[in-house]
Write a protein that binds this ligand. Structure first.
Ligand SMILES: Cc1cc2nc3c(=O)[nH]c(=O)nc-3n(C[C@H](O)[C@H](O)[C@H](O)COP(=O)(O)OP(=O)(O)OC[C@H]3O[C@@H](n4cnc5c(N)ncnc54)[C@H](O)[C@@H]3O)c2cc1C
Length: 279
């Protein structure tokens, strides 16, 4: 199938995008890397009258550290982030998760912010954002607002973004002193979307576990680190709470099994990385 006819606009400045969104946000869509949107267009699941291409907007292409956060502009690609030499030290969870996103061709075009705006429940970057309690910056012609991941992520391909808003930046907390991080996932083939993905942030007292691919958005739980002996039971309870469904990729029972097994092994890896730092 071919997309419905649309008007294409290359946007050079944020102010230009905001002006277009103000005039006709209902009928316009932002085009970033196009790696998810173009599929929706080709299948006619999205039929916007106008595409606003921000992929060459220099104002939105940056990686910078500010007030304990790594701030990533909306035209920064996943590959730019992956090959930024400071990433393993700055946000180690992202450094471990990004290679799981499909293949390098996709990461060369796909943006970090585009993935978070698209809100696929199996995607790696929204899961990392939720697990680390990251934030998103939304701008419209009249206001700018900063939302926590939990406020922004609402469900399958659904976020709190309004039609006249542009997601200009995402912010990931820089690695905390004494924290250990780990990411792992199970997919049918390397590069496929995850059937179950796990992201873990172990701090001095708490363990935060994020699960992707099961519920309609990333689900995050926080447990006391001192309760680690009972994590097996907690993972079993969580596996049932997530309300897994059967689909063509895996049964609900298999997804619950993966939550228990992958959840435990990813927590163990993060704990061992903490222990190494504490030695
Ligand atoms: C073959 C294939 C395999 C893939 N495998 C994976 C995978 O394993 N894991 C994974 O996470 N992803 C995967 N993806 C998706 C990929 O990561 C996309 O790049 C990503 O989901 C969307 O980023 P994008 O920059 O391409 O956004 P686009 O496709 O351009 O946009 C996606 C959506 O977000 C909106 N949007 C984008 N940027 C903004 C913004 N700044 N403000 C407001 N709205 C915005 C668009 O309007 C659109 O609705 C795959 C894609 C393909 C084609």
């Amino acid at each position: 199938m071919k997309p419905h006819a649309f008007e294409y606009r290359r946007v050079e400045k944020v102010s230009e995008a905001l002006q277009w969104l103000r005039e006709d946000g209902e009928n316009a869509r932002i085009l970033a890397g196009g790696q998810s949107l173009v599929i929706l267009l080709n299948m006619r699941l999205a039929q916007p009258a106008r595409l606003l291409d921000i992929s060459r907007c220099a104002e939105l292409n940056y990686l910078r550290q500010e007030k304990g956060m790594l701030c990533i502009g909306a035209s920064t690609t996943q590959a730019q982030l992956q090959y930024w030499p400071d990433l393993p030290r700055t946000v180690p969870l992202l450094a471990e998760a990004i290679p799981f996103i499909s293949h390098y061709q996709i990461r060369n075009r796909g943006t970090v912010v585009g993935s978070i705006a698209h809100a696929d429940p199996s995607a790696e970057l929204p899961l990392c954002l939720a697990t680390l309690c990251g934030r998103v910056v939304l701008r419209s012609h009249k206001k700018s607002r900063v939302l926590d991941a939990a406020q922004f992520q609402q469900g399958m391909l659904t976020t709190a973004k309004e039609t006249d808003e542009l997601l200009t930046e995402v912010r990931f907390p820089v690695a905390g002193e004494g924290h250990g991080y780990a990411f792992d996932e199970f997919a049918l083939r390397r590069g496929d979307f995850a059937i179950v993905a796990c992201a873990v942030d172990v701090g001095p007292e708490k363990v935060r576990l994020g699960i992707g691919g099961v519920a309609d958005k990333p689900m995050v739980v926080e447990w006391e680190r001192r309760d680690s002996a009972s994590f097996g039971q907690k993972l079993n309870d969580l596996a049932w709470q997530l309300d897994a469904q059967d689909d063509q990729h895996a049964s609900a029972a298999y997804r619950r099994h993966l939550v228990r097994e992958l959840g435990q092994s990813t927590i163990d890896t993060a704990l061992s990385r903490c222990a190494k730092k504490e030695d």
